[in-house]
Design a protein around this ligand. Structure first.
Ligand code: GLP
Length: 247
């Protein structure tokens, strides 16, 4: 794993966008796995800016979101479909984009269909991930096996509490979601982990340096040969992680 501590939060968003831009320039029809949550908001803002400035073209990329809440349709303000419209797809043209259908009549079949689409696309060239405060990646909660595929999952109480800030009340946070699996993520040719936010120091340390365990799903990334971890300076300091270390 290459761990890069950025010089500021602004530099974090900028470096994340540069990382993605570089990969897309090398491979304009790259297949990307995209995260949601607070972590990638600045990266999406920078990507949109670059497309508008004419220095980046996402129009041939194939985008797959990592997850979606079950029970929320694309018009629900807290659905990830809506999030992606707001932060990326509503502003720039991408080749194709996929997101699990939160209102699917048969969610298990929807999850299988989504996994098939990823396989048909040839797998991810680059999976961009956020880090949940409990160590989840996508919605792969603690306990998720490393060979898991796209599936229906129960959200943990910790995740529902953490995400209640977007819903106003924990009761309104859906109990289930569809997430791309850890096995699917680990088959990506390259992974970028965005480590930013409050209350993640212990889990970041555990992900980077702790034992590889299903209790910290992000620790499975240690098994992947090509992972870059971008860390904000304050999180690196709180987690006791040095500058630009290779683990
Ligand atoms: C959310 C998403 C994850 C995201 C993570 C981090 O629940 N489902 O894909 O990476 O939790 O959230 P945040 O970036 O808001 O800290």
């Amino acid at each position: 794993m290459e761990v890069r501590v950025t010089t500021s939060v602004a530099a974090f968003h900028d470096e994340a966008a540069s990382f993605v831009s570089e990969r897309v320039r090398q491979s304009p029809s790259a297949v990307l796995a995209l995260p949601t949550g607070s972590s990638p908001v600045g990266m999406y803002r920078e990507l949109v800016r670059r497309v508008r400035d004419g220095v980046l073209d996402l129009s041939r990329t194939v985008c797959f979101n990592l997850d979606e809440y079950l029970g929320l349709g694309p018009d629900h303000p807290q659905s990830y479909a809506q999030y992606m419209q707001h932060h990326l797809f509503g502003h720039v043209r991408v080749g194709r984009h996929h997101i699990p259908d939160g209102l699917a009549a048969d969610p298990d079949a929807e999850a299988r269909r989504y996994e098939e689409r990823i396989v048909e696309a040839g797998g991810f060239d680059l999976a961009i991930l956020g880090l949940g405060p409990n160590g989840h990646i996508g919605f792969n909660e603690p306990g998720s096996p490393p060979d898991s595929r796209t599936r229906v999952v129960e959200l943990s109480p910790a995740t529902r509490r953490a995400n209640s800030r977007f819903f106003g009340s924990v009761e309104l946070v859906p109990r289930r979601a569809i997430t791309v699996g850890i096995g699917t993520i680990l088959e990506a040719r390259e992974i970028l982990l965005l480590a930013i936010g409050q209350g993640k120091e212990r889990v970041l340390r555990a992900a980077l340096e702790g034992p590889v365990t299903a209790q910290v799903p992000a620790s499975f990334l240690q098994r992947h040969p090509r992972v870059t971890v971008l860390v904000t300076p304050d999180l690196a300091r709180r987690a006791g992680i040095g500058q630009r270390v290779s683990l």
